[in-house]
Design a binder for this molecule. Structure first.
Ligand SMILES: Cc1cc2nc3c(=O)[nH]c(=O)nc-3n(C[C@H](O)[C@H](O)[C@H](O)COP(=O)(O)O)c2cc1C
Length: 217
C-alpha cells in the first residue's frame, strides 16, 4: 500500500506536511485532565498506532497494561506520591519551591491509565540488532509511545508521561512477568486546556534549546 495521498515521488502534499508539523508542535505532555470518559473506539484506534512503530529486529517488544482496578490505581498513585516526595527532598531552596509547585502527574483525574512495558527477553526478532545493544528493545517501545502520543493528540486527547515512580514496586503491584521492564506510566484523557508551550516552560522549570545541538566530525 503506497497511499493515494502521495505524489509519484512518494511526497505527501504540502498541506498535509504543514498539518503534520503543527501536530508535532502542538503535542504536549498533559497533566491536567477532565474526568469524563474517553471513547473506547477512539482509544482503540490510537492504540493501533503502536503496531505501526519501528522495532529492533521487528521484535515488537511493547507490552501494554491497562490499569483499571481501584486497587491497582491506588498502588500506582501511592508509588508516584512517594517518589515525588523523595525527588522534592533532593532539591533545595528556590529549585525545591518551584518543584513543589509542579504538577507532575494526572493520576488522580485521568480516566485512562496505561503502563507500557518492554519484554527484554522476547525471542521475536531473533535478537537482530540487540546483541550488543539490548536497550534497543526499550527504545523501540519509546518509538511506539511517540506514535501513540501523536495519534491521541490528533483525536483531541492528551497524554501525560509519568516517570516519577519506583519501577520495581509498580511491576510487583501490577504483577507483570519478571522479564518486563517499565518504560512509562501514562495518563490519558481530555486535556483541561491546550497550549503551544510545554508546562515546564510555563512554570519556569526549564526552557527548550534555541538551537539543535548538532556537531560535525
Ligand atoms: C521519558 C519521559 C519521561 C517524562 N516523565 C515525566 C513525569 O514524570 N512527569 C511529568 O510531568 N512529565 C514527564 N515528562 C514530560 C516532559 O516533562 C515534557 O515532555 C517536557 O517538559 C516537554 O514538554 P512537552 O512534552 O509538552 O513538549 C516526561 C517526558 C518523557 C519523554
Amino acid at each position: 500500500m503506497t497511499g493515494s495521498v502521495q505524489d509519484p515521488k512518494g511526497c505527501f502534499p504540502q498541506a498535509f506536511r504543514a498539518e503534520l508539523d503543527l501536530l508535532m508542535r502542538l503535542r504536549r505532555d498533559v497533566r491536567r485532565f477532565r474526568t469524563d470518559p474517553v471513547d473506547e473506539a477512539v482509544l482503540t484506534r490510537c492504540l493501533s498506532s503502536v503496531a505501526l512503530a519501528p522495532s529492533v529486529g521487528l521484535s515488537e517488544p511493547w507490552r501494554i497494561i491497562r490499569v483499571e482496578s481501584a486497587t491497582a490505581r491506588a498502588a500506582a498513585l501511592r508509588n508516584f506520591e512517594r517518589a515525588n516526595a523523595a525527588a522534592l527532598a533532593d532539591y533545595s531552596e528556590d529549585r525545591a519551591a518551584t518543584y513543589a509547585r509542579l504538577k507532575l502527574s494526572g493520576m488522580r483525574e485521568a480516566p485512562v491509565q496505561i503502563a507500557f512495558y518492554c519484554d527484554d527477553e522476547t525471542e521475536k526478532g531473533h535478537g537482530l540488532g540487540a546483541r550488543t545493544m539490548p536497550e534497543m528493545r526499550r527504545y523501540s517501545v519509546v518509538t511506539a509511545i511517540t506514535l501513540f502520543w501523536l495519534a491521541l493528540r490528533a483525536e483531541g486527547l492528551g497524554l501525560g508521561w509519568v516517570s516519577v515512580l519506583d519501577p520495581e514496586a509498580l511491576s510487583r503491584d501490577l504483577d507483570v512477568p519478571a522479564t518486563w521492564r517499565l518504560i512509562g506510566y501514562f495518563c490519558i484523557g481530555h486535556p483541561e486546556r491546550l497550549s503551544d508551550t510545554p508546562e515546564l516552560e510555563q512554570e519556569g522549570w526549564e526552557q527548550r534549546f534555541d538551537m539543535l545541538p548538532i556537531e560535525t566530525r
